[in-house]
Design a protein around this ligand. Structure first.
Ligand code: URA
Length: 441
């Protein structure tokens, strides 16, 4: 077999066979297929696409390039949740403990933030003492005892994805649905879950800006899961403005605690219930998402999620008192108010711009090597649809560096748009994609 012929076949729009895909991925990892041939293949896929079968074969070839986590020592059905990346997305901190309180084992391997999106591991590290580097033994033992553990990724998962992603990043081939779908799903499958719930974001702060593209991506990922025997459900959810009211690590932990106490922002609570219900159903602890939602709301009201979060923190060496006294969490030295320039309504908040503003304050990484400041971030006092008067505080910056604050403040103001009328409300959950089909709500 020659790489040239496989590239040509894809360039002509023909379907590649499993062994041809494996030949390219294996050759790419061994060095027999050079970057320039892999780049040509990525571009051919960008223009010609891939069938569901090709995409799942590509996914599994990427999975086999590295380690695969074995979660078989954990009792029960392990359901993972993955978000395609958002701003202010602290759902794992809320729904992880809540779903665990419903008896579903949550064996969560999370990542760090990059660019305008945050990462669960950074957020958890703002809890004093919290250890995110668990070895596999204590990770599985914790899930068996408490039903939950959250750690950073261990092992060498999907190394072909790392190499391929870096190549796509410099060859204008990132935004291809089969390449994104195989990239995301290869990491989820290698992480060992039995079933997967995907939160595919759509809107200004999302990777996919339109409902059509988000649905296409969700469908491609659900097809992969189905073809490789991992039940997968995707929800299309709104990321046209940041989720909840906070962006920044310690601020987001504080908001997650408030949510688990039962007084979090409505959008955050509703999203956690929607995604959590799908997890509970896939774990076969409820017969329908409606029944699961009722169960989770009951647990939330009874404080069981907060109790579980406290157990999780204590088990991983953190100070559980932060759930009673958030003053223990890192706090910035100063705050700066951003005010409304006119009367009217907030008609939109560009989520990506708010994410970049938070990164500018130091809450996120510009490059993988950047260090972050866990205390800084942004509180969104006004959200889309809220009425405002000129001079009202619309956002509060939590800052440790005034020069950065000036730049971030300008961005936050620019992220807000105002108008004389309230905008049309957007649905939080816009669609559900299962192996049976697409339901746009
Ligand atoms: N996130 C991923 O993990 N992979 C992609 O290709 C794009 C976004």
């Amino acid at each position: 077999m020659r790489a040239y012929d496989v590239i040509l076949k894809k360039r002509m729009g023909r379907e590649l066979a499993k062994d041809e895909i494996e030949f390219l991925i294996d050759g790419y990892m061994s060095g027999d297929v050079p970057d320039y041939q892999m780049a040509a293949l990525a571009m051919a896929v960008f223009f010609q696409g891939m069938t569901a079968r090709e995409t799942s074969d590509l996914t599994m070839a990427i999975v086999r390039s590295g380690d695969q986590v074995d979660l078989s020592a954990i009792a029960g059905k392990k359901v993972d949740k993955h978000s395609t990346g958002g701003v202010g997305d602290k759902t794992t901190l809320v729904l992880g403990p809540l779903v665990a309180a419903a008896g579903v084992p949550v064996a969560k391997m999370s990542g760090r933030g990059l660019g305008h999106t945050g990462g669960t591991i950074d957020k958890l590290e703002s809890i004093p003492g919290f250890n995110t580097s668990l070895d596999m033994g204590s990770f599985t033992d914790s899930v068996n005892r408490l039903k939950i553990a959250i750690g950073g990724q261990t092992g060498n998962l999907a190394p072909a994805d790392k190499k391929l992603y870096a190549l796509r990043d410099v060859t204008a081939t990132v935004d291809s649905i089969p390449l994104i779908a195989s990239s995301v799903m290869s990491k989820k499958i290698a992480a060992g879950a039995d079933a997967i719930v995907l939160d595919v974001k759509t809107g200004s702060g999302a990777f996919m800006k339109t409902l059509e593209d988000s649905t296409g991506l969700a469908r491609a990922m659900v097809d992969i899961g189905t073809l490789v025997g991992r039940r997968t459900v995707a929800l299309i959810t709104d990321m046209d403005q940041p989720l909840g009211r906070t962006v920044g690590n310690a601020l987001e932990v504080r908001e997650a605690i408030e949510c688990l106490m039962g007084h979090g922002p409505e959008d955050l609570e509703n999203l956690c219930i929607a995604l959590g219900s799908q997890m509970v159903c896939l774990a076969e602890k409820a017969g329908s998402p409606e029944e699961a939602a009722e169960m989770l709301r009951g647990l939330l009201r009874a404080g069981k999620g907060l109790e579980k979060f406290r157990e999780l923190i204590e088990n991983q060496g953190g100070n559980p008192e932060c759930t009673r006294d958030p003053g223990i969490l890192p706090a910035a030295e100063e705050t700066v108010d951003i005010t409304a320039p006119s009367n009217g309504y907030v008609t939109g908040i560009d989520a990506e711009m708010v994410g970049v503003a938070a990164m500018t304050l130091g809450a996120g990484r510009e490059t993988k090597e950047s260090t972050i400041d866990l205390a800084v971030g942004i509180n969104l006092e006004k959200k889309t649809g809220n009425p405002v008067k000129k001079g009202d505080t619309i956002a509060i910056l939590h800052i440790n560096d005034r020069d950065r604050a000036v730049r971030a403040g300008e961005m936050v103001l620019k992220a807000y748009s105002f108008g004389p009328e309230p905008p049309e409300t957007r649905k939080l959950v816009m669609g559900t994609i299962t192996s049976e089909g697409v339901k746009i709500i």
